[in-house]
Ligand binder design. Structure first.
Ligand SMILES: NC(=O)c1ccc[n+]([C@@H]2O[C@H](COP(=O)([O-])OP(=O)(O)OC[C@H]3O[C@@H](n4cnc5c(N)ncnc54)[C@H](OP(=O)(O)O)[C@@H]3O)[C@@H](O)[C@H]2O)c1
Length: 337
């Protein structure tokens, strides 16, 4: 494990309960069980069969299923912390369930549909730990990239760029494309490159976006420009559901550049180039990657904190405000917003 990122195995254990037995819930369990000292104590699933299958796959002691599955999950005395792994449109309600039960909560990205919902959740939790599951911020190469930037290795940052494009099959009912579930490339994929730019440059003064819409009215893809006139920097975040992009990221400064290899949102390598020469290549060499954020939650909860300094509440709000502005410019509105 690189010296710049402490091992997830050093973090204290936490007993997790998972809301929703979908795709990412599987990855979460594999990350927790394989790479931390924490456990998955209970699964909440609307469907008894799906819940039981999940419990069997990961040796989870308790299944809460049926209409009030999620309510019973958050009330389970063996659950210390709740992981919300449902579609975006449901994050607010499910985060509020956990907060109402006084349980620390890790909410999948995008945190909520919009900044107003994000504020509502955060305001409801003055004393409860809440974090958006932007796992990419905790990856070892991001720890190293932030350190290099802070140490002045690239000089004054003038440009930050990241892209995330994939090509899922078009299905108007799937959460990717369904407006009822707050679909669209921006909330699903764009949240990563926007977070990458925000991680390095903070909240932008202005946002400009161009994009295309899917037949359901959600965004199919966009290019987002984030402007920082005070420092003279710009950020570019690209997301699409129509094509597999390079999935790389870069931080360019007056003295050098950091290039993060594909796929920059998983554990990978970075190259520091200065004076036209690749001066240093640094590689993370870690499995999966989600365990770093799981360990962060365990550490902060053990410390009695209500947020993580790496993915603080302010970052969630500022990123949600960027996403809101992008959707406003593209004309994407979710039902009931
Ligand atoms: N961090 C990452 O790398 C990553 C990767 C993929 C997705 N995600 C995020 O994780 C979240 C879930 O994505 P996913 O791909 O795991 O989705 P998914 O496979 O569709 O699973 C979502 C789960 O939510 C529950 N759910 C509750 N109400 C629902 C409704 N009305 N419609 C659909 N599902 C409902 C269901 O669980 P039960 O029926 O079992 O209750 C379902 O299995 C999203 O926020 C997504 O952006 C993160």
């Amino acid at each position: 494990m690189p010296a710049t990122a402490s091992s997830p195995l050093d973090a204290p254990p936490l007993q997790w309960g998972v809301i929703g037995a979908g795709w990412i819930a599987d990855i979460f369990a594999r990350s927790v069980l394989g790479h931390t000292r924490s456990t998955v104590q209970a699964i909440g699933s609307r469907d008894a069969g799906r819940g039981a299958a999940y419990a069997q796959r990961f040796d989870v002691p308790t299944v809460h299923s049926g209409e009030d599955a999620y309510e019973r999950l958050v009330a389970d005395p063996n659950v210390d912390a709740v992981y919300v792994a449902t579609p975006h449109a449901l994050h607010r309600d499910h985060a509020l369930l956990a907060i109402g039960a006084g349980k620390p909560v890790l909410v999948e990205k995008a945190f909520t549909r919009n900044a107003a919902e994000a504020r509502e959740v955060l305001d409801a939790a003055p004393d409860v730990f809440v974090m958006e599951a932007v796992w990419t911020r905790f990856l070892p190469h991001m720890v190293e990239a932030r350190r290099l930037v802070a140490d002045g290795a690239v000089g004054r940052v003038v440009h930050v760029a990241a892209d995330f494009g994939g090509s899922p099959a078009y299905d108007p009912q799937h959460r990717n494309f369904n407006p009822e579930l707050a679909g669209g490339a921006l909330l699903d994929l764009g949240v990563y490159p926007v977070n990458f730019v925000h991680d390095i440059l903070g909240a932008p003064d202005a946002v400009r976006a161009v994009g295309t819409l899917a037949p359901t009215g959600v965004d199919m893809g966009e290019t987002v420009l984030m402007d920082y006139p005070a420092s003279g920097a710009q950020g570019v975040a690209l997301a699409t559901f129509e094509a597999d992009t390079a999935r790389t990221a870069s931080i360019t400064g007056t003295e050098g550049r950091i290039d993060i290899a594909a796929e920059y949102y998983r554990p990978t390598s970075l190259t520091l180039t200065r004076g036209g020469r690749a001066e240093r290549v640094w590689s993370a060499d870690a499995p999966l990657g989600w365990q770093f954020q799981v360990a962060e939650v365990a550490r902060r909860v053990a410390d009695g904190a209500t947020e993580s300094p790496v993915m603080p509440r302010a970052a969630t709000l500022e990123v949600m405000e960027v996403l809101d502005e992008v959707r406003r410019q593209l004309g994407v509105v979710y039902p009931g917003e």
